[in-house]
Structure formats: structure tokens, C-alpha cells
Design a binder for this molecule. Sequence first.
Ligand code: NAD
Ligand code: MG
Length: 394
Amino acid sequence: MTRSISIFGATGSIGQSTIDLIKRDQKSYNVVALTGGRNIEQLAKDAIDLNADVAVTSEENLLGALLAALAGSGVEVSAGRNAILEAADRPVDWSMSAIFGAAGLEPGLRALRHGTTLALANKESLVTAGDLLLGEAKKCGAKILPVDSEHSAIFQALIGEDIATVERIIITASGGAFRDWPLHRIATATPEQAATHPNWDMGQRITIDSASMFNKALEVIETKEFFGVHPSQIEVLVHPQSLVHALVGFNDGALMAHVGPPDMRHAIGFALHWPDRRKLPVDRLDLAAIGQLDFKAPEDSRYPALKLAQFVMERGGLAGSVFNAAKEKALDAFIERKIGFLDMTSLVEDVLNQLVSKDGLNKDAMTLDTVANADQMARKYGQELIAQGRYGSN
Ligand code: NAD
Ligand code: MG
């Protein structure tokens, strides 16, 4: 039986790994929609190879280029944000939410309305609007499967278990590019240095977010939202080998660890075949050759972003949207060399303090509009702070 699928963010790192798995067993899938951004060549190639119904670029000015690249192929073509949402309205059995950032929220929400399965790589959806996303899934009878490696690991460790018996959840972090750098050097790190990951081969932005631990901060919030545990039950452990992805601690003292190669095709493949397990083209670990697994507590001074996650979880509501948007703004500014590496955390903290004060934005109920408004206000205020020259630069 073939399954109909769509991939949002098909040209990115997660999208390409998903396509790699699909191409290995193409007859089992009927590809409905593929969406991408500026990489028209890749999008067109995959749309032809997979015989997709429709290919969509988020960039309206690239419609002509996509039309030209797909001329005569029989693949429908469209462009722009609304076109992505329309693509998400096309019913499918399984969709992959792998757009980067807050832009992934709405396509994911639309895809949930089919009442089928949404594989969720876009952690920002849960961070910015967990209640909306989970509420929509419940209402529509859809299943959300986590694709972030740590959350897939937790999900797998919880199979057959009662969440009420969980005492704690530990997610691991590689420690990123600057794990072993002396602290004084980190302030002067460049985007190129931050975008080099010791273990995982990922997109540029998430790799920089790994070095700053903003990625882990998002993942801590994602854990709270997805599994419904209390923030005090979530721990982060630096684990340089990136082989143990997460551990779940139960009330009898048992720790169930998920161990696997650092290859996103495992978590993607698990979500693709769930509830079955199927053979996947990932390396098998030779633990004797690996020899040892190391763990240590993250130092606050090296990874200040982690404490911001605690603040965001305490505040709840729209704090997640402010946090994520401020983080995206800070990341852009760092990549554009307008602020330094450590300034990213200062900027996000300043935006949170301004917008998520005692009442602040958090008195508003969570809707798509208030989430988007919180996002815009955070970016705007972040921009103002950068323009004031408050932070150093490289
Ligand atoms: P990426 O930057 O490599 O790819 C992002 C994709 O989204 C591209 O197809 C791009 O065209 C599209 N896109 C970007 N901005 C868009 C917008 N405004 N509108 C529409 N489309 C847009 O990102 P990635 O590393 O594949 O990450 C995707 C998501 O998966 C993120 O939420 C990330 O946190 C999560 N994730 C990634 C990894 C990884 O290994 N890369 C691991 C875990 C979770
Ligand atoms: Mg992860």
C-alpha cells in the first residue's frame, strides 16, 4: 500500500534526510507536496525524482525560476507563504514539518487538520505555541511524532511506560563547537567557527544554536511541552560523543537510555515507520571500539542560554514565542556580524525582560495572532537594541 506524504522544508538538512529515506523505497510513497526556499535547483530535482504533485518555494520572486526548472515535468508550481499553506491543506497520510523557525508553525497546524501523522522536526512550533499545536492535534485526532533526536529517544524510551512513573528526563548535548574552548576566546568566535559541529552534520543555523546551547534551551522547552512534565524534572547533560540521545528516569531508579549513531535518519525513519520499526541505513555502533561514554554537567558560564529556558518555562504562555523570535533575531545579527557570539544571549535576555515582565505580553491568550504578535514585537525590540549599538561585534 502506498502512503501519501508531504515534506515542508524539503530542501533543508532534515528535508533532505527524509528524501534520502523516501528515495530508497519510492514505490511505497505517493509524494504530494514538497516545499523549499531559495534552493530552486534542489527543489525541482527532488520534485521530478519523486514525481511530486506540487512544488512550492516560499520566495515569491523565485516563482519564475521554479516554473522554468519544472517546465514540462507535470509538477504543479506555486510560490509564497499562502502557497505553502495551501500545500499543507492537501490531505496526506504523513507529513514532515521541517521548515526552520517560527515559519514552520502554521503549515504544521494546517497539516494536523487531516487527522493523520505529523512528524515534527520544527521544535519552534512547540516552543512558540505548544498549546495550540497539541490542542489542534487532539481536536483533529492527529498524531504528532517528535523528530528531534532527543525527543524521539524519549518517546522511544517511554513506549509501554506510564508517564506518571517518570521522575526525570535527561537530554544530552554535545556541547557544540566551543565545548573545549577557553571561556575568554568564546566572546570572539566567528559565525564560521560556530557553524562547525563536532558530531552532527546539520543546517548552519541549528549548528550555531548548538554552540550557544540555544538549541538545547529550545529542546528543554520542547520536552516540557511535548511530554507534559514539570520543568524541574528536565535535566541537560553534556555528552561529547552524542551517542546517548536522552535518558528517562523512572520512580524505581531505572534509567532508560536511548543509544544510537548521530544520524537524523534514525529519528526521521522511526517517525516514518511508526508504530513499526524497520531497517534503516544508519551505522551500527561498535561500543567496544567506542570504548567510553562521557558525561558532565553543563557550566552556567559557558552556556547561559540554558537558564533563559527556565525563565521561559516559568512564565509560560507567549514567553516561548518571544524567546524564539529574539533568538532568531540574535542569530541573524550574529551571522551578519552585527553582534558577537555571547551577545546573542544578552540580547535575548534583554528582550525577554522587556516583553515578558510580570504581566507584559503574557496576559494575552494564545492564538495564532497573539503568537505572531509576540514574535514581531520581540524581533522589533531586538532590532532596536542592536541599532542602539548596545552590543559589541566581531
Ligand atoms: P535548514 O535551514 O537546513 O532547512 C530549512 C528548510 O526550511 C529549508 O527547506 C528552507 O527552504 C525552509 N525555510 C526556511 N525558512 C522558511 C520560511 N520562512 N518559509 C518557508 N520555508 C522556509 O534547517 P534544518 O536544519 O533542516 O532544520 C529544520 C527544522 O528541524 C528546525 O526546526 C530545526 O530546529 C529542526 N531540527 C533539525 C535538526 C538537524 O539535524 N538539522 C535536528 C533536529 C531538529
Ligand atoms: Mg536535537
